[in-house]
Design a protein around this ligand. Structure first.
Ligand code: IMP
Length: 433
């Protein structure tokens, strides 16, 4: 049963890219099943840092085959520039190494224009979308008027469908948002060029994966975003438009559920969020700046896709248990433990207090009304040592070990690894207690 799944247990940006990179070393296939170029995965190998949005992070390992499943929404312009960036860095991305499902949906310039116009019109109620056209593309998918990767195979039909789609978009832009209409010709021209380039990459990826799994090849499913941004299980409406959780893997790839070996949750040692919406353990002031970093390093808490400073806070055990339940997690990887060095005490939220002063382990309505709750913290002793050079569990300061074991206790899950820096080698394997 060689399907391994890696998902985010928070609001995204848990450091999944670098964990995928690690897990890819022993995977044959690295696959994305949800979202689009709203995702931002950072992988650092030696002195090279890659910021990937669409192509699975595991492609950096030369032996892997990357797959973009049918659950994705794909902007061909972003995909092409990412392929070019990877090729320029010496990573081969050819049709034998990257395969795109015919069932994935296309993001067009029309979707992007709608995303921006809708977000602007929300005024104070803005979601803080990445402006990449994700919501409108999934809206078209659900309303059965979307364009699919399959449509790139017939250029004549593509022009007809694109024209119809863009005319509809222009109508909405004009009538609902009083926004400038889009000029059709350059968009059509660009899409045709992209179609010609991408045609050799298009395949029945579900069938390829089915065969691979039958041959006992390891498939690594790489989640984008985190559970709290899931369209069904996240803090709606401040969510993205896809199923980011482990359950999204099967519909997003076209494979059955009997093949799962593990579901690993990537968890940052503290919590972060980009965009609007409730965040019970959010910090501000000096401590927030301390956890966020200044933006001088690529791993500081600034959005990989948008560059926006992330909101930061203490680790939230209530939400971690929620992530365990919905995803059926088997273990956790705790990232950025090194960032907590130098603090006198570290707070971890293990329960909430409701408006009546009642302590609860689980909110009554999932994550629907997080703004009603105050976090109840446990204070743990911090450590002063710099962890970035450590590679073995036995070398970690006692307080850091206590922190990791406390995360295991409140989540009910084993922590299999911790990361102590962005580089590939900055990982410590955690022994089972
Ligand atoms: P959208 O996915 O662009 O529609 O944005 C919806 C919400 O999800 C916004 O709050 C975004 O900031 C957030 N979001 C989308 N993708 C990511 C991600 O990869 N990491 C963190 N937040 C994300």
């Amino acid at each position: 049963m060689p399907l391994r799944i890696l998902v985010g247990t928070q609001w995204g940006d848990e450091g999944k890219g670098r964990i995928v990179d690690l897990m890819s070393a022993e995977s044959h296939y690295v696959v994305r099943y949800n979202g689009g170029d709203n995702a931002g995965h950072t992988v650092t190998v030696g002195k090279q840092t890659f910021k990937l949005h669409l192509v699975p992070s595991g492609i950096i390992h030369p032996h892997t085959i990357g797959i973009l499943g049918n659950g994705l929404v794909i902007n061909p312009r972003s995909l092409l520039s990412e392929i070019e960036m990877l090729r320029a860095a010496g990573i081969e991305v050819s049709p034998t190494r990257l395969k795109i499902s015919f069932g994935a949906h296309l993001i067009t310039q029309g979707h992007i224009a709608l995303d921006k116009a809708k977000e602007l019109a929300r005024g104070k109620g803005q979601i803080g979308t990445t402006g990449r056209g994700i919501g409108p593309a999934y809206t078209d998918k659900a309303s059965r008027s979307g364009l699919r990767i399959f449509d790139l195979l017939d250029l004549n039909q593509l022009v007809v469908k694109m024209r119809m789609h863009l005319e509809q978009v222009n109508q909405i832009l004009l009538s609902q948002f009083k926004a400038e209409p889009l000029a059709l010709s350059p968009i059509l021209e660009e899409m045709l060029n992209h179609a010609r380039f991408l045609q050799p990459y298009i395949a029945d990826t579900g069938a390829i994966l089915d065969q691979a799994l039958r041959d006992n090849q390891i498939v690594l499913a790489e989640g984008a975003q985190g559970i709290l941004l899931d369209i069904d299980h996240g803090s709606y409406p401040f969510v993205t438009s896809s199923n980011v959780t482990a359950t999204g893997v099967f519909s997003g790839l076209g494979i059955g559920i009997r093949v799962v070996e593990s579901v690993t949750g990537a968890t940052k040692a503290f919590q972060s969020r980009v965009g609007a919406g409730p965040f019970p353990t959010e910090l501000d002031g000096e401590m927030a700046t301390r956890l966020r970093g200044t933006g001088a390093n690529p791993w500081d808490e600034f959005g990989t896709t948008t560059g926006r400073p992330r909101r930061v806070g203490w680790l939230d055990g209530v939400l971690l248990r929620y992530a365990r339940r919905i995803n059926g997690l088997t273990d956790l990887v705790l990232t950025k433990l090194d960032v907590l060095s130098g603090l006198e005490t570290i707070s971890v939220c293990n329960a909430y207090m409701d408006e009546q002063g009642q302590k609860v382990d689980t909110p009554a309505m999932g994550v629907c009304e997080l703004e009603r709750y105050q976090p109840v913290y446990t204070q743990l002793e911090g450590w002063q040592e710099n962890l970035t050079g450590l590679r073995s569990w036995t070398d970690l300061p006692e307080q850091a070990k206590v922190y990791v074991r406390f995360v295991e206790k409140i989540s009910g899950l084993p922590v299999s690894m911790v990361s102590v820096g962005p580089e590939r080698s900055q990982i410590i394997v955690v022994p089972r207690e």
